[in-house]
Write a protein that binds this ligand. Structure first.
Ligand code: AMP
Length: 188
């Protein structure tokens, strides 16, 4: 089982690339943001619980995310691989992920980090807000999301660097150019 983490700040293009990677390698794309948004739109008990938090650009609790991921792995335990998009986002989640994967006799295989500078991120997120009307993409919320990234998620770079699992890929260029660069780091 190949477990790839697609890492990067909001607006780096993780979702777009994760879909393409999952398709090419036959892996399962897991977007925790999509999972949560679907719970919100179906107004499930979980969705109702996380709606306000998500709409303000703050992270949902580690506990809930870990529960969601456990269930994803349990349901797909014969998969050839996973592309994790948006998880882990805190050090605690990263440590729990390691523990979880041990239970399924596997581990994180590779972390590909999409690098995009802050100015470009803001520009992209504002354009996305206009085009998709995502409730969590207003200017204030976008800023919150970037603050959350710097505070909670960026420290994961060091965590995975220490484990020699991290590779940086420049997240600027066309979708296909970036995809080609990402694939160069993935073993055939
Ligand atoms: P995304 O689409 O990945 O940007 O996620 C949208 C929102 O869902 C985030 O701003 C968080 O509120 C929540 N979320 C998604 N993944 C996580 C995670 N791993 N940990 C905490 N909150 C998350």
């Amino acid at each position: 089982m190949f477990n790839l983490i697609l890492f990067g700040p909001p607006g780096a293009g993780k979702g777009t690339q994760a879909i393409k990677i999952a398709e090419k390698y036959g892996w399962i794309h897991v977007s925790t943001g999509d999972i949560l948004r679907s719970e919100v739109s179906q107004e499930t008990p979980l969705g109702l619980k996380v709606k306000a938090v998500m709409e303000s650009g703050i992270l949902v609790s580690d506990e809930l995310l870990i529960e969601i991921m456990e269930s994803v792995f349990r349901k797909n335990n014969t998969a050839g691989g996973f592309v994790l998009d948006g998880f882990p986002r805190t050090l605690n989640q990263a440590k729990e992920l390691d523990r979880m994967l041990v239970k399924f006799a596997t581990k994180v295989s590779l972390v590909l980090s999409l690098d995009v500078d802050e100015e470009e991120l803001l520009k992209r997120l504002l354009v996305r807000a206009l085009n998709q009307g995502r409730k969590d993409d207003t200017e204030e919320v976008i800023k919150n999301r970037l603050v959350q990234y710097h505070k909670h998620t960026k420290p994961l770079i060091e965590y995975y660097e220490a484990k020699k699992l991290l590779k940086n890929v420049r997240g600027v260029g066309t979708v296909d150019e970036i995809f080609t660069e990402l694939c160069k780091s993935i073993p055939e």
